[in-house]
Ligand binder design. Structure first.
Ligand code: SAM
Length: 296
């Protein structure tokens, strides 16, 4: 995609996309065509779908310069979501930066399980805690989909909380979602009311798995969002034991984990006599992904 090529054939939208798709294929990008389209649409300030009606158009040099720079960054491994500054989750747009994990599709199962759990709650308002909120994707999505709800969104990282606040404002749910910075449930003020549901997508990769993780995840996403002790269970273990004091009778603890440590997580829940049941939800790929534990 050099400027000298311009002299022979114009760099119209179709050609830019074709060139970039081929380039991304060579550097092993996950979804070359899609990523090229997302970057170009963002650089041009249009919807991705609009590119298809503008194939023959030759864009101005300013957006193309920006696009070239972004293509280089992507080719160097930086995730598209960090480059464009947002990612879709549960059909909502979330601002992201390198302080927060990029929301993943499998985390949508936490949202679905929480919505189902809330259907079994008669009290109003329903009180929910999202522990390790990151971008706030779970908390905000629940606030958008559940009526009469109050949500506490907690994160140890002040920078992550800043991003969560941005998303809370953007989605106009500040009246329903309040942020707390600190370690798990200890972040809450003394005397906080117990809740009906605790949701979490905690860090759950063990340091013993380092080397098996996608190098670009390790390089670009925050370690605090990924790693949790030697086996991956450190944060989950503390979350399970702290949850007991913060859940109402019959309340739900719903958390994402990895299939690798799913059995260990089930054992941790079953080791607490205060939990009456422990169910598992599979993700889109059929992997055991989400634990739904119910307090007695
Ligand atoms: C896997 S990310 C999940 C982010 C977001 N909820 C999502 O699903 O995309 C885990 C989050 O937990 C936060 N975290 C890690 N340890 C924590 C702790 N001890 N207390 C509170 N938050 C913690 C990290 O900063 C990170 O934002």
């Amino acid at each position: 995609m050099s400027n000298s090529d311009n002299q022979t054939e114009a760099w119209n939208i179709q050609r830019l996309l074709e060139w970039t798709t081929e380039y991304f294929q060579k550097v092993d990008a996950e979804t070359p065509r899609l990523e090229a389209e997302v970057l170009l649409a963002e650089a041009l300030g249009c919807q991705r779908i609009e590119l298809y009606t503008r194939f023959a158009e030759v864009p101005e040099s300013e957006p193309v310069t920006k696009y070239r720079d972004w293509v280089k960054r992507r080719a160097a491994g930086e995730p598209v979501a960090y480059i464009v500054g947002h990612r879709e989750f549960y059909s909502l747009k979330f601002a992201v930066n390198s302080s927060v994990l990029i929301p993943r599709p499998e985390t949508e199962h936490v949202v679905v399980a929480a919505i189902e759990a809330c259907q079994q709650v008669e009290d109003r308002p329903i009180r929910i805690l999202d522990v390790g909120t990151g971008s706030g994707c779970i908390a905000v999505t629940l606030a958008k989909h559940i009526e009469n709800v109050k949500i506490g969104a907690i994160d140890l990282s002040p920078d992550a909380i800043e991003v969560a606040r941005q998303n809370i404002d953007q989605h106009e749910v500040a009246d329903r979602v309040k942020c707390f910075t600190g370690d798990l449930l200890q972040a809450l003020p003394a005397g906080s009311q117990p809740v009906h549901v605790i949701v979490s997508n905690p860090p759950y990769i063990g340091s013993n798995e380092q080397g098996t993780v996608d190098p670009n995840v390790d390089l670009f996403e925050p370690a605090m969002a990924l790693y949790s002790g030697a086996e991956g269970t450190e944060v989950i273990e503390r979350l399970i034991s702290q949850s007991i004091d913060f859940l109402l009778p019959g309340g739900f603890l719903i958390f994402e984990t990895s299939p690798i440590i799913m059995d260990a997580c089930i054992d941790l829940v079953n080791g607490c006599s205060q939990f009456a049941s422990c169910d598992v939800v599979k993700d889109y790929a059929g992997h055991r992904r989400v634990v739904v534990a119910r307090k007695v």
